[in-house]
Design a protein. Sequence first.
Length: 253
Amino acid sequence: MTQTGSEDNAVRERREARLRAYTALQEQRPELFVNPPGTAYEILLDRADQDRVTREVEKLAVAFGFPEDCADIGVVYRDPYVCMIRDAVRFRSGRVNTYIRFVPQGPGGGAVVLPVLDDGRIVLLHHFRHADRDWHWEIPRGFGEPDEESSTTARRELLEELGGEVTEMIHLGELTSDTGMHSGRDQLYLARLASSSFPEMPGPDAREEGIDAFRALTPDEMRSELAKGHIHDGFTLAAWALATARGLLPSAP
């Protein structure tokens, strides 16, 4: 067999493997592949349509200097936490293309917790994030374990990253962090903590995760930090907004 023939076989095997995983995901999570009435982007699930889109997108990708696997349909990446899939889609105009999206490994998303001490101060963590290689003042959050209730995830992440005695846990609502790329919805909570149990410094496990300091801000101090643009984390902004809208935080005088 020639080298070109071997490469062609490798491409076919890669694409078949990704499509098999895609078909399996459709069976496990059919809600991810629904085409509701009036949809703006129709997911194409017929194999002939998928092959046609792959050929068209592959030509464009190669022409622009990108690898041909940019056109592969199916599950193109998976790890214990997230799955990245590329769908073949048809737009309202009839144009076809591919669309990338991330879905959580389980039907649930992660959990986010706004920690509030019993004196009304809001606790923030100074957390280094790999994605943008920068430090952020933010609140605890994390992925859920398989079949884990979001409230359990919230308590676990709070204890791992901050610690303290939880006196009340209130569900704030849901958040889709990026509707253009992510299909999962994260659950937001407010946790009330006893001020007497608030740790001054992160423990070894928290430091291992890149957390090097805590701050407890009064509501006025929190509003000032937000107005100055010192808090960039979208989860923190969303949780604060929901808690404020529901009257769960002290209002400005």
